[in-house]
Design a protein around this ligand. Structure first.
Ligand code: ZN
Length: 161
């Protein structure tokens, strides 16, 4: 499924807090939007991963997004390395978004800038022909590289025209 916009957040609720209104507006204009949460938010002080999962599903329905997935990375401890980048590359190639949204590059919670760097690096790498990924049993060498990466504080990291 091709999406117009793919929004990544380190934790379930980051996307809603960072760009929920933008997503609602774009969906109302007919755009296909997806959300990918990097972790289940299991280290959150309030609530639990199970509650967050229910909230994320309800939020996805309210926002009208086409898909919402969770990478299941370790909350607080995921890193920006080859293995994590390859998993994000698969998501980008699977949905071929024109625009990718991600966390702010600077923020108090360590997962937010880490997630931003991880997604930004994976966006770049997703366009490289020699990085091969398998998606749903289908072997893919290259996806359509996204054109724009925007962080939740509005910084444009990469614009490819
Ligand atoms: Zn967060």
């Amino acid at each position: 499924m091709k999406l117009d916009i793919l929004a990544f957040g380190a934790h379930p609720d980051d996307v809603e807090l960072g760009c929920g209104a933008t997503i609602a507006k774009e969906v109302s204009l007919g755009k296909k939007v997806g959300i990918v949460d990097l972790t289940r938010g299991e280290l959150g002080t309030r609530g639990s991963a199970a509650v967050r999962e229910l909230e994320a599903a309800k939020s996805a329905t309210i926002l009208g997004v086409s898909v919402r997935e969770n990478m299941g990375f370790a909350d607080g401890f995921f890193i920006n390395d080859k293995n994590h980048q390859l998993e994000i590359i698969k998501m980008i190639r699977k949905y071929q978004p024109e625009i990718v949204l991600c966390n702010a590059v600077d923020d108090r919670h360590i997962d937010h800038p880490k997630g931003s760097s991880l997604v930004s690096d994976a966006c770049f790498l997703s366009g490289l022909l020699k990085i091969e990924t398998e998606i749903g049993g289908e072997y893919k060498k290259n996806g359509d590289q996204n054109k724009c990466i925007i962080t939740s504080n509005g910084k444009i990291l990469n614009l490819i025209l």
